[in-house]
Design a protein around this ligand. Sequence first.
Ligand code: MN
Length: 237
Amino acid sequence: MVLSVLVAAALAQNLPLPPLPYDYTSLEPHIDEATMRVHHMSHHQTYTDKLNGALAKLRADPEQKWLAKLGVDALLRRLDDISDEGIRKTVRNAGGGYVNHDVFFHSMSPTGGGTLEGDGLAGELVRTYGSVMRFKQAFTLAALEVFGSGWAWLVYDVRDKGLRITSTSNQDTPAMQEGMVPLLALDVWEHAYYIKHQSRRKDYIEAFWEVVNWLEVATRLEAAVDQAAQLEDKPEL
Ligand code: MN
């Protein structure tokens, strides 16, 4: 009885698999249904389960349970505080996978793609890269150059208020670095494209641009700019 209550309490704290913001079929023909199903139902579920396992272990340790209360992004910036090497590794890989895939799946939309114009995001991209086309070329190159499994990113650096194209290996995430706000994520693990494109990563990246969710990127940029403005108001931070 007591045990079942404790188990229920522990399970209640488990993070759910973040739902996809669209149907598995709705990015067709650019991103295929079979890839979306296995990517979300299998890969993202596995990262979620393994992260929950690691969080449960942290919660069970009186010295470490404060870490489990931080939220995943904050925990990924405090990896050095996790004393157990195995738990630290799981949080890095599965916690990174958990947050990265949520940004990635929201980086695509059935109504995405198309031309990006106007102020806001388009204006920032033009200021930084010369044109939206040149941004897409630079981002594509960064994605092609990821060796092995990893990610390409557009991030906003809160400290110097600028856009950056960057890449990470495995499931490392820009969220591990203070002040880096992910705006756009592209998963270049082979599991993201192998079913449809085999090893042709370039074809997959071209398909990604057909569904890229500019509206989401613009919304994330606005939030990041607001965050930078708040930091400016509180210089002691
Ligand atoms: Mn993936």
